[in-house]
Design a protein around this ligand. Structure first.
Ligand SMILES: Nc1nc2c(ncn2[C@@H]2O[C@H](COP(=O)(O)OP(=O)(O)OP(=O)(O)O)[C@@H](O)[C@H]2O)c(=O)[nH]1
Ligand SMILES: [Mg+2]
Length: 437
């Protein structure tokens, strides 16, 4: 296999920049450029030892650190070298250029991790966990990603497939010795039913898992001048949207994302709802309604001394299951019996509102125990479908079909860790990585 190299730190200026090399030629290539008082030949290099020296290719000279990881004790399982140089983008790219000039190939996105996967250093779901750690934008995402990367999620999945494998072998035996195995077969069926329940729970958790990765979309709607834009500004902590006392100030949808209690919340401030002849404002109002339709949670804002417009409230309720009635301007209009009281002006009640949004969207969801990846959801949905088919075949006493469906179900589960996953799936996973990882 080729020896590959890439810059593994972000491009731009930074304190350090890292160039990584992996493959049989890694150390030979590195020592063409790196000198250090106690290193004269390859044997002098101590693995896992960060060493100060000079990188020189004739054109540039740079004081830097080098570390060598000897196969198989490295991230990729191959010989690896890292140069930790000063983080100027020109300097780092010059170091890479020298290494490529000495025979290394430029690594493609995710190629280091892909090699680690093929060296059985990690499973496909753990690799996805690595990508998810890098891409995480909230604590909930990080927790879910860590559960993947550390193999905790896989343990749970493996339990399901181990259990189904036991069911399968019992049923195989039962096919040959139906009378002797009658009790075991009944017991196996009960076990399959409980695996099904667990699988269904996981599949269902993807609904919330998607919200953790993509963020919870929250539309702020209501009549004009009730303080929707003021509420957005208060939530995000700066004057994101224009606020005036003129009715119909907001025309377009204004969006901004924050993280609250570790969850990404994307707020959409919208045009106030009212009857108007203004063409532009009417387009804005249409957008408000479609924002509300597409949102995970809708905040229906009214002034605290006013009743919400029943017809409007009911029509929004018609297309949104999660709607929170927010009563604004309590600082001047007093508190209301109905709805969640806030003051966008003083910030009173806004923290409680944010908690309520997270609760409405996610309940007591725990990202570390749930499905976060579309690919895993797809595998488990197929596994569940096959298991359901097996249970139907069981009812019909069609043992042959039970075995076929059980095998299909187990096969679909094992694709999660990469066993039995097609090359296309594997390439697709790694193509979503950044270069250098
Ligand atoms: N006292 C007080 N005034 C508020 C509060 N929230 C908003 N206002 C005032 O109410 C007026 C309207 O605020 P906006 O935030 O522009 O209202 P809006 O709902 O976005 O209005 P449109 O964009 O026209 O639909 C402004 O004068 C705000 O200063 C509040 O909590 N207390
Ligand atoms: Mg507004």
């Amino acid at each position: 296999m080729d020896t590959i190299a890439a810059i593994s730190t972000p491009l731009g200026e930074g304190a350090i920049g890292i160039v990584r090399i992996s493959g049989e030629q890694a150390l030979r290539i590195a020592l063409r450029f790196f000198t250090s008082p106690r290193i004269h030949k390859e044997e002098d290099v101590i693995p896992n030892d960060l060493r100060l020296g000079v990188f020189s290719d004739g054109a540039i000279r740079e004081k830097c650190m080098m570390v060598y990881f000897r196969a198989p004790h490295s991230y990729t399982g191959e010989d690896m070298v890292e140069f930790h140089v000063h983080g100027g983008s020109f300097l780092v790219s010059k170091v890479l250029e020298a290494v490529l000039g000495a025979g290394a190939k430029m690594a493609s996105p995710g190629e280091f991790t892909k090699r680690a996967f093929f060296a059985n250093k990690l499973t496909l779901d753990e690799a996805e966990g690595v990508a998810a750690m890098i891409g995480a934008e909230s604590e909930a995402e990080l927790r879910g990603a860590y559960s993947l990367m550390s193999g905790r999620f896989r343990e749970r999945i493996e339990k399901l497939s181990d259990e189904l494998t036991k069911v399968l072998s019992t049923m195989e035996a039962a096919l040959d010795y139906p009378e002797e195995m009658a009790d075991e077969a009944d017991d196996a069926r009960a076990r399959a039913v409980s695996v099904r329940a667990e699988m269904k729970k996981l599949v269902d958790s993807f609904k919330e898992g998607k919200l953790i990765k993509g963020g919870v979309t929250v539309a702020i709607v209501g009549k004009t001048n009730v303080g929707k834009s003021s509420l957005l500004n208060s939530i995000v902590g700066y004057q994101r949207a224009i606020v005036t006392d003129i009715h119909g100030t907001t025309r377009d949808v204004v969006d901004e994302t924050i993280v609250h209690k570790g969850v990404k919340l994307r707020f959409l401030d919208t045009a106030g709802l009212r009857e108007t002849q203004d063409v532009v404002e009417n387009i804005g109002i249409e957008r408000s309604l479609s924002a509300a339709k597409g949102a995970d949670v809708v905040l229906y804002v009214a002034e605290s001394n006013a009743e919400p417009d029943e017809a409007e409230f009911a029509s929004i309720r018609g297309f949104s299951k999660k709607i929170i009635l927010v009563k604004n301007k309590v600082d001047v209009l007093g508190v209301s019996e109905k709805g969640l009281n806030v003051s966008a002006k003083t910030g009173e009640g806004v923290g409680v509102l944010l908690d309520e949004i997270v609760r409405a969207a996610l309940g007591d969801f725990r990202s570390e125990d749930s499905l976060l990846e579309e690919r895993h959801a797809d595998c488990l949905r197929r596994a569940l479908r096959s298991l359901d088919e097996a249970l139907v075949a069981w009812e019909d006493n069609n043992e042959e079909c039970v075995l076929v469906d059980l095998r299909e179900s187990i096969g679909a589960i094992s694709e999660i860790s990469g066993k039995g996953a097609t090359e296309r799936v594997i390439n697709d996973v790694f193509s979503r990585f950044c270069v250098g990882k």
